[in-house]
Each structure stands twice: as C-alpha cells, then as structure tokens.
Design a protein around this ligand. Sequence first.
Ligand SMILES: [Zn+2]
Length: 164
Amino acid sequence: MKKRYLLQTGAAIVGVMALSRYLSSRSEAQTASESGFEIVKTEAEWRRILSPDQFNVLRQHGTEPRFSSLLDKQFAQGVYHCAGCALPLFSSDTKFDSGTGWPSFYAPIDNAIRTSVDHSFLMTRTEVHCRRCGGHLGHVFDDGPAPTGERYCINGVALKFVAQ
Ligand SMILES: [Zn+2]
C-alpha cells in the first residue's frame, strides 16, 4: 500500500515537472516571438488601423495584384514608410522600374527590414518584413541592378510614400 502510494506520488511529481517544463518552454517561445518585434498588436488591433488590403499583405503575407499599386510607376523624391508602423523603409534614391508590376528597390534603408526564408507556393524565396512591426512587405531576389544586384519586390499597399 505504502509502496503503491509512493509510486503514484512519484508519477504525479514527474507529471507535474513535465507539465511545468512544457508550460515554461511554451511561455518562453511566446515571449521570444512577442519580443522579436518592437511593435506588437493583436489581430483585432491591426484590423482597426489597417485597410483590408493592407491587413491581407502586412499581416497575412498576401500579395497585391501586379500593376495595382500607383507607387509602382512613381519616382518622385521621397521616402517609403511601413504602412503598419510608419518606419522609413526605402528611399526613392534606390527605386527602379523592374517591369514586374510591383514597386522595386535595389536596397532598403539601413536597419529597416529583416528577411526570412519562405517556402510557400512550392518555391524557396526570401521574404522581406518590417524590422519594427514584422509586417510582411514582399520578397527580395538576386536579379536586381547595380550596385547591389538585389531586387526588393515590394507590395505598394504595404508602403506609405512621403514626398520630400
Ligand atoms: Zn512596420
């Protein structure tokens, strides 16, 4: 009887330890993903400040239809800010007409963006997102012009142009 009690208690303790390890690793993972970006909002909060098109691209990795953005053919002097958090992302100095139907740049502003590997649609692409809010912007390819050879293919709806 006593031995059985000990076994049960032991099993319960092991169970509690495993559960607490699981819970703490889970909360660590959540904290890491939350603290990964300076600006963190709930889906409801993003939906309140973004248009449906902006939400689709920035928060759900959507892609706007090609040639749908007025910013594609716009080459005025200015800065392109994140439509989610207003961080300056690209300068008009690095913008070029790629002919793809999406606003294209050969370089971002320093420390403005981060990249990650995107395996969606049976392709391996490099996804580009805002450093501050994590908003999805587009993708970067290595077939761009000099001086970088990079082509940042960005959804215009994820950008807000501020003329200078
Ligand atoms: Zn942002």
